[in-house]
Ligand binder design. Structure first.
Ligand code: NAP
Length: 264
């Protein structure tokens, strides 16, 4: 007789589950037997769902722009009546380029997605889980949050916000049955560096072959989530940056970031 999988009969919700780290997190959840709801901004979320279904999963999708209030409300309406066992607050974008050269509409959209609407969903999902006294949340923060990020300054600042919010909420929720884990990846090989409209593709880090594997990053995040850990920094490079950020002056950290991020 085959053993029941840990997620059988349970639901995982993944924002930004169509590509990169989010797709790999969704994959891990499906392999554990969870039913899935994944959302993303573009129509290819449906293709991602098809691939996940081939692994034996029950997968619902929603194509929705989570940088807009209407998008977040629509997504919340889809999930609010369901029992959410795992919630992955993962959707995010980066921009590249110097701050003053970025279009304000792009900067605002980045802040709206990475901070405002992610916080909105965390508030709604966190309340629901706290009322039930059970649930697990994984926030995709970044080691970008540990360092000043010239040539993606607002992005790194949004991740500093998410890293900080995560550690604060874990403390508030220490006794209510809800766990919140923050995965803080270093540079990871995903489509984030090649997105239309961002200038990251011209940065040395986009060409670097030393970026981490999203499978490894997602595995570390997922395992930490399941173990109820507070935070995890996956991969050697990311851990070195994390250690350096505790001892090096901000000006030096900024310079190191500039070398990897300044468009060539
Ligand atoms: N890659 C790295 O080096 C790295 C390092 C640290 C942290 N992170 C974080 O990891 C998370 C995932 O990024 P990734 O690297 O895996 O990049 P990715 O492959 O570009 O994935 C981003 C995901 O978010 C979705 N998304 C983006 N904008 C959205 C919007 N407005 N509404 C709904 N969904 C949206 C994307 O869907 P669409 O394609 O449909 O837009 C996609 O599913 C992000 O929070 C990122 O900041 C990445």
């Amino acid at each position: 007789m085959s053993r029941a999988k840990p997620g059988e009969g349970k639901l995982a919700v993944v924002t930004g589950g169509s590509t990169g780290i989010g797709y790999q997190l969704a994959r891990r959840a499906v392999e554990d037997g969870y039913a899935l709801i994944i959302c993303a901004d573009e129509a290819k979320v449906k293709q991602a769902a098809e691939k996940l279904r081939r692994l034996g999963g029950e997968v619902e999708t929603m194509q929705v722009d989570l940088s807009s209030r209407d998008g977040v409300i629509a997504f919340w309406h889809k999930i609010e009546g369901r029992q959410i066992d795992l919630f992955f607050a993962n959707a995010g974008r980066a921009l590249g380029q110097a701050f003053h050269e970025q279009a304000w509409s792009d900067v605002k959209r980045l802040v709206d997605l990475n901070i405002l609407q992610t916080t909105t969903l965390l508030h709604k999902v966190g309340r629901k889980m706290a009322a039930r006294g059970e649930g697990r949340i994984l926030v995709t923060g970044s080691i970008g949050g540990f360092v000043p990020g010239p040539y993606d300054a607002v992005y790194d600042a949004t991740k500093a916000y998410l890293d900080s919010l995560s550690y604060a909420l874990q403390d508030e929720w220490r006794d209510n049955g809800v766990t919140l884990t923050c995965v803080m990846p270093g540079p990871t090989e995903t489509p984030i560096f090649q997105r239309e409209g961002n200038k990251l593709q011209d940065a040395p880090i986009a060409q670097s072959e030393s970026k981490d594997d999203p499978v490894m990053v997602a595995r570390a995040g997922y395992d930490a989530l399941m173990a109820g850990e507070r935070g995890v920094v996956p991969g050697f490079t990311a851990r070195v940056i994390a250690m350096l950020s505790r001892v090096a002056p901000q000006s030096l950290l900024a310079e190191i970031h500039r070398r990897g991020a300044e468009p060539e």
